[in-house]
Design a protein. Structure first.
Length: 367
């Protein structure tokens, strides 16, 4: 570091120009009388005594009498500690500014990387309590117990709650009973393999923690609909679809309500193939607008990859529905395409689909 850089550094920690001139000169001289220092440092004699007093108060120099007042630079241990402490504080401040800037995304999107799994669980708890439409969870029995109060709150608010309970052979744990699931979840499945902690709320928030072991813990909260959609498909394919149902409130009686259009299509496809007339109500967002609308009418068709309901009584697979999954609804105002989460081709991105009635016009009995 040259003298100019040294002077800039001392200025950053609050020294005045005269104080810097006197201190840098003393570092070079070792010691000097006050009058001699004033001359060498180009500090007015009328100011040198005040300058030395202030430098002594700050710990930079010490003064002593020897015929006249003299000064010398103090052993710099305290000065160095103070400078290092300031540098550390500034470095942490710079890091925090950078982290906060990176976390805040365009349009309010936010990604937070968290060092403690407990913080991820706490954030999930808050999001669940504020849910308005759907919650999907991958949790251990212990984590489920922790979240039950929050889940009860959102369930009482007519939120669909899907829970994948994961356990391991190494540490077998009893699953919650039907009584413990009741009034808390809409449907629960059991995955007998360990899985990450994952909570998806209202298609907007994903709380994720890959590890729950004492070492290597970290987690993330994604407040971004696109990234949450990716986690949704991970939940559906890896944590939900292939695992056994252990509890459900889904009823064969009507009306039947769905938050997942693909689940709805899988249930109604065989009925349409069998000639049924199905009336339904879809509630969600009109494409290109944020406002919520409700459409009611008759389901005339369903569209999905390689799908044709006229080919027979077959239930579409999840992979078949991974692309387009559209319900065609004929209302008094015309036909509308109803899509689910992430709809791009349809007229409505549905939050809820309600199957109101299923009838067979050519039969005496209705389903």
């Amino acid at each position: 570091m040259d003298t100019d850089e040294l002077r800039r550094g001392l200025q950053e920690v609050g020294l005045s120009t005269y104080q810097i001139d006197a201190y840098v000169t003393l570092l070079d001289l070792g010691s000097a009388s006050a009058t001699s220092l004033a001359e060498r440092a180009d500090v007015p004699r009328s100011r040198i005594y005040d300058v030395l007093r202030d430098l002594e108060d700050e710990g930079y120099v010490e003064t002593y009498k020897q015929d006249a007042l003299r000064a010398r630079a103090r052993e710099p241990t305290d000065v160095l500690q103070n400078l290092k402490s300031r540098a550390e504080t500034l470095s942490k401040t710079a890091t925090e500014i950078q982290d906060r800037w990176q976390q805040a995304g365009v349009g309010g999107h936010r990604i937070s990387i968290l060092k403690r799994v407990e913080t991820v669980v706490e954030r999930a708890e808050e999001a669940i309590q504020d849910a308005t439409n759907q919650v999907q969870l991958s949790v251990t029995p212990e984590q489920y117990d922790r979240l039950v109060p929050a889940l009860k709150t959102c369930y009482e608010n007519d939120v669909f709650v899907s829970v994948s309970i994961n356990t391991s052979y190494e540490q077998p744990t009893d699953l919650p009973t039907d009584e413990e699931f009741a009034d808390v979840v809409t449907e629960a499945r059991h995955r007998h393999l360990p899985a990450p902690f994952l909570v998806l709320v209202d298609r907007e928030i994903a709380c994720f923690a890959p590890h729950t072991e004492p070492t290597g813990q970290y987690g993330a909260v994604f407040e971004d609909e696109t990234l949450t959609y990716i986690f949704h498909w991970y939940f559906e394919a890896a944590l939900w679809e292939s695992w056994a149902i252990v509890y459900t409130t889904h009823s064969e009686t009507l009306p039947a309500e769905y938050v997942n259009i693909r689940r709805c299509i899988r249930d109604i496809a065989p009925l349409l193939a069998d000639g049924a007339t199905i009336t339904a109500t879809a509630r969600g967002r009109e494409m290109g607008r944020r406002q919520s609308i409700t459409l009611s009418g008759e389901i005339t068709d369903i569209l999905y990859a390689n799908g044709d309901i006229r080919e027979g009584d077959q239930t579409p697979s999840l992979s078949t529905l991974a692309g387009q999954a559209t319900i065609v609804l004929r209302t008094e105002d015309g036909e509308y395409g109803i899509g689910g989460w992430g709809a791009v081709l349809e007229d409505l991105e549905a939050d809820r689909i309600i199957i109101e009635a299923v009838t067979y016009p050519d039969r005496e009995e209705d389903a």
